[in-house]
Write a protein that binds this ligand. Sequence first.
Ligand SMILES: [Zn+2]
Length: 447
Amino acid sequence: MNLIDAMVKTKQGGSADRETIARIQKRRLHKLARYARANSPYYGRLYAGVGDGFCLEDLPTTSKPEMMAHFDEFVTDRKITMRRIDAFTADLDNIGRMLDGKYLIFQTSGSTGNPAVVLYDRQNINVSSAVAAFRTFARNEDYRAFRRHGKKTAGVFADYGFYLACGMSRYLQLKMPRQKTKITVDVNAPEAEIIRRLNDFMPSMLSGYPSNLSLLADFEELKIRPDVIITGGELLTDAIRKKLADRFGCYVQTHYSCTEGGEIACECSEGHLHINEDWVIVEPVDRNNRPVGFGVQSDKVLLTNLSNYIQPFIRYELTDRVIVHNEPCKCGKRSRWLEIEGRTDDILEFANGVKIAPMSLYKILEEVKPIRRFQLVQRATDTLELRLTAGDREAAFEEAGRDLLAFFESKGLPDIQITRSDEPPTANKTSGKFQHIYADFEAGDDR
Ligand SMILES: [Zn+2]
């Protein structure tokens, strides 16, 4: 499917009624599942007992550990192997370039369990672009202002590695080298540099992680006047939404995406995240993969991405907890919408009032290759406890400690202590929730 086809189909899907969407889903699911069974040895085995007249619930589920354990058989192109991908991704110059001229390669974070490798074929790229083109903006007036101001977009993200945001922006940059409407600023660059680049560029749309944008908003030197702010990567809390809206005088919204599923849900003018049901199927389930129904908090999501044929994600487990709503939305869109329980790590405060956003630390630690899972707990103003599970714990602590200290020093914090913990990363005993980065000390505990 070329870009024009993807645009036409996405435009049609956006205004379709429930019945039409159900028909489209069923047709696309059958086509994808048949293709997966015929071209992926893994799905061939998994679907061996599935008859031709199957419905979604007849298909066995799959997961990230399953996929990564059988990667070479999971993909539908026999030339693609993990060995070749490892060689390709060892060269950072390949970020945003296509393997075999056909596939973009992305890696997900390694800190929340098992990292995943995800390939996008052209169809999946085109559908992502089409959904972004039609459904990014919650309000039409923001889109009109964005067009009027030359579609200038600045993203404050981790500007390195084979992550989705970084890889996609590099891909577009390589494709259209003369286009000057998009910049990415590295989230962990010194604030003065981030502010200078944003002030020079004057974006119409600003995107980034909510906690980082919230800290940037405290700098009076930042003079930008965006038309809209679109956050991603962690939960946009009501407090940060309001703070950013007041500070920059513009609308603030978010969206729900992941590397495996692309753009899963886009926000509407009512602040609801509408599922892109023509291109993804979202099943909210309990921990045993049984459906929880509408209006109920799920333990997991089974995700089906209907546009990726090189690496079919069909009833693939995501650890996100969501509530799917079936009732109509006042905005007029007919698709179902969801609420997501997003990541809410703490902004940490250090000596002299220096504040560090959790995503900055998260992005440093997920670059430390041996780490499989981490947790960083602030125990005193200048002391952090690092908990790890890792292949080589010694090497992981060494590298993580060095990178964190270098980062703190660049923020004017040369005296941070990082202690190595024997405890594994642990969920909060009272709430059962897992936080990667949080503060746990009383002011009186401080030395
Ligand atoms: Zn709505």
